[in-house]
Design a protein around this ligand. Structure first.
Ligand code: NAP
Length: 275
């Protein structure tokens, strides 16, 4: 769905809000003048105003009142107070998108007086470089128009999929926390290269580019990773020797267990709040 003609509002222009603003403007899908950002942090706000040319506000009300799509990008503990401040301005023809981790749709809806469509999204930090992985779930008043709006926004900063809300903890455990797992993998691969004599900077570029290349092969060929792996594993060859070590040290099980642990922690954190 094109975002043409729609005004996009961001409440909170910090790490994720700023990444979204940058991605939206750079994608060319939203002209800077149609992007409204509010933040209590004047430094953040001025930076976005000067670098992107967005319309910047120190109060949330003008953004909530004017934008067609209002994206809540404040920390989870400020979401309810922010909603209590802007809730009466929101209208059913708008779409409210929350990216706050662990704040359920029911809690968002409970803090808005009218039947405003709400979408909950879990993005990740590679949105900063247009390579984010986001998943969204629709609230009780949201329909296909709101899904299309959410997809248009988040596809401009990476890939986006729809899931049931109950799966957002799993999403947090996989793609939300996943960049950190892969940073660790990249660092470890680079350490291995250094151990075998490569200069540190060369090893790091080779490691990161290898992860990027493998990810693109999976996404762009559509082939199963096992097929891609088998194709580069010559009998009695170098890759087979390396793979045996990874399987022997249970790397596969460790990564799967990391996703489970992070998803469980996400669920614990989201059931901790009750306002
Ligand atoms: N960063 C991530 O990797 C990531 C990934 C997925 C989801 N998220 C979600 O994204 C949301 C934002 O996270 P973030 O990392 O971008 O946080 P952040 O960098 O702290 O940005 C939030 C911004 O909102 C401002 N703010 C605070 N109270 C406000 C208010 N009442 N009205 C308007 N603006 C207000 C903050 O100002 P001050 O700095 O002055 O407080 C800050 O500039 C969170 O809910 C988080 O769960 C983040």
């Amino acid at each position: 769905m094109p975002l043409t003609g729609l005004k996009i509002g961001l409440i909170g222009g910090g790490a994720m809000g700023g990444a979204l603003a940058t991605g939206l403007v750079k994608s060319g899908r939203v002209p800077a003048g149609a992007l409204l950002v509010s933040d209590v942090n004047v430094r953040c706000l001025r930076n976005l105003e000067e670098t992107l040319g967005v319309r910047a506000f120190q109060d949330n009300e003008p953004v909530a009142g004017e934008a067609d799509v209002v994206i809540l990008a404040v920390k989870p503990d400020v979401v309810v107070p922010v909603l209590q401040g802007i809730g009466s301005l929101l209208r059913p023809e708008q779409t409210l998108i929350s990216i706050a981790a662990g704040v359920p749709l029911v809690r968002l809806e409970r803090n808005i007086p009218g039947p405003v469509p709400v979408v909950r999204v879990m993005p990740n930090t590679p949105c900063l470089v247009g390579a984010g992985a986001s998943a969204y779930a629709l609230g009780s008043n949201a329909g296909p128009r709101d899904a299309a709006r959410a997809e248009a926004v988040f596809s401009s900063v990476g890939r986006v999929v729809a899931v049931k809300e109950v799966l957002l903890d799993a999403v947090t455990g996989l793609s939300g926390s996943g960049p950190a797992y892969i940073y660790l993998v990249i660092e470890a691969l680079a350490d291995g290269g250094v151990r075998m004599g490569l200069p540190r900077d060369v090893a790091l570029v080779l490691a990161a580019q290898t992860v990027l290349g493998a990810a693109r092969m999976v996404l762009e060929t559509g082939e199963h990773p096992a097929q891609l792996k088998d194709r580069v594993t010559t009998p009695a060859g170098t890759t087979a020797a390396g793979l045996f070590v990874l399987e022997d040290r249970s790397v596969r099980a460790a990564l799967a267990e990391a996703v489970r642990a992070a998803a469980a922690r996400s669920r614990e954190l989201s059931t901790g709040g009750n306002s």
